[in-house]
Design a protein around this ligand. Structure first.
Ligand code: BG6
Length: 480
């Protein structure tokens, strides 16, 4: 549908940018912080770094916030490292960790930048993982207690709260992003500490526990903070059928349910998506629902939906007798599910240097579908291009990043014209950081960080060309 005059973004639109704690902070064992599953992780692909120093934001946050202010950010989406606040996950609170985030939020607020806070972004405290992680209901209690500390400490500084980053990717691609033990591929990885014979059943038990945890803290947030707004932050992208064959259309509908609607239906309606539930039942992996769970799930309703979008997926009906889920894949490279779908490449889409398809129109479709289903305000909490940047004469000419982001912003604006209530947009990432599984060489930031995988150099900051482009775009409220 063409709009002759596309709508404007709302005047209070939150033009932001995003990071997560373990990917940017470094200082992994300083300031009383306990280890997280990301610190304990060993499956870094050859040639890529770990997260120990990252972008050294922990020591340089004042300088970084100055740069964010110069960029003109109205908001900054960041996460708190759970194990900085509660080093062993459910024991004593660490005053140094509490003080660090007070300083960071104060610096942002002093520059008029609204912090948008994710409470949990892939970095479960290792001590909790050792006790069974999300397989255990102990982790639900620990999560609620941790969030209570955050609401008490930061409730007067944070208006927008995000519960769990990409719960769907932790279930579908936990091995790639380091939240489950390396090993089996998507949809079949197992969490360490799991006691089940069927790793996939264990995963969907963990999923159920995360949903309970999310519902409990959503409710707690509403009870404790009257003006705060809270929502989930899954990775959402529409799934296309490879063709018009009804079996392909059905496969796309199934994967949409398993990948997207399972998570949003639960967050918004407090119920399992029927298609996803039927699939889990047929596979013998449906979680056990304990007494009181359904009441808990329906009592935590979000005020808005956050979503991360990078690309779409295209799928076809499974082939007869095909093994289905195979090893490999990551957040945007699904491979398939036995008897349900198989991923095919989309011939209409170009790809990034890291193989992710580029689909700005799919962004508009995704926003529309989410709006049509849930009718809640939407905040885009990630969208961006990972690429190999090069520094030439003190400059980074990342026109490919500008092209990616401007095409997506144009489609987001058309989605607003379609009636979608988009309240904010946070490109990934504010500053270069460590990719979930492809090191520092896969860069996303507006600000370059001078380091390589294993050579830390001086970790100096440099404004890329995209920095100046985004600065102008924010000034014009998205019409530049
Ligand atoms: C999202 C995550 O899946 O994608 C981020 O929330 C991540 O943590 C981003 O960094 C980009 O993915 P990657 O694998 O390129 O770092």
């Amino acid at each position: 549908m063409d709009h002759k005059t596309p709508a404007d973004f709302r005047p209070d639109f939150l033009w932001g940018a995003a990071t997560s704690a373990y990917q940017v902070e470094g200082a992994w064992n300083e300031g009383g912080k306990g280890p997280s599953v990301q610190d304990a992780r060993t499956n870094h692909p050859e040639g890529t770094t770990d997260f120990k120093v990252a972008s050294d934001h922990y020591h340089r946050f004042e300088q970084d916030v100055e740069l964010f202010a110069e960029l003109g950010l109205k908001a900054y989406r960041l996460s708190i490292a759970w194990s900085r606040i509660v080093p062993d996950g459910d024991g004593p609170v660490n005053p140094e960790g509490i003080a660090f985030y007070h300083r960071l939020f104060d610096a942002l607020l002093a520059h008029g930048i609204e912090p948008v806070l994710t409470v949990y972004h892939f970095d479960l405290p290792q001590a909790l993982q050792d006790k069974g992680g999300w397989s255990s209901r102990v982790t639900i209690d620990a999560f609620e207690r941790y969030c209570k500390v955050l609401f008490e400490e930061y409730g007067d500084k944070i208006k927008y709260w995000l519960t769990i980053n990409e719960q769907n990717m932790m279930i579908l691609h936990g091995a790639a992003i380091g939240t489950t033990a390396a090993g089996p591929g998507p949809g079949s990885g197992s969490g360490s500490g799991s006691g089940s014979e069927n790793p996939k059943r264990e995963l969907y038990r963990q999923n159920h526990h995360m949903m309970l945890a999310q519902a409990r803290v959503t409710r707690l947030c509403h009870d404790m903070l009257q003006t705060a707004k809270i929502g989930p932050a899954p990775n959402i992208s529409v799934v296309y059928p490879a063709g018009s064959h009804p079996d392909d259309v059905l496969a796309a509908s199934d994967f949409n349910a398993i990948r997207n609607w399972l998570y949003l239906d639960m967050a918004v309606y407090g119920t399992y998506n029927p298609t996803a539930w039927a699939w889990m039942t047929a596979e013998g992996i449906a979680p056990e629902i304990a007494e009181g769970d359904l009441e808990t799930l329906s009592a935590g309703r979000p005020d808005f939906l956050a979503l991360n979008y990078y690309t779409t997926a295209t799928v076809a009906a499974p082939l007869e007798g095909e093994a289905g889920a195979v090893e490999g894949g990551d957040q945007q490279l699904a491979v398939g599910e036995r008897g349900v779908f198989r991923t095919v490449s989309n011939p209409h889409l170009a790809r990034t240097e890291f193989g992710w398809e580029i689909d700005p129109v799919g962004f508009r479709s995704t926003l529309r579908d989410v709006h049509d289903r849930y009718r809640l305000p939407i905040m885009v909490t990630e969208n961006g291009l990972g690429g190999y940047d090069t520094v030439e004469d003190g400059k980074v000419h990342d026109d490919y990043r500008v092209a990616y982001l401007s095409a997506h912003i144009e489609q987001m604006r058309l989605a607003v014209s379609d009636g979608v209530d988009v309240i904010g947009y946070h490109p990934w990432s504010a500053i270069d950081l460590i990719s979930t599984h492809q090191g520092v060489s896969k860069r996303y930031g507006f600000i370059h960080v001078d380091r390589e995988e294993f050579d830390l150099k001086d970790l100096g900051r440099l404004r890329k060309d995209s920095f100046f482009w985004y600065q102008q775009l924010i000034k014009s409220n998205g019409s530049a």
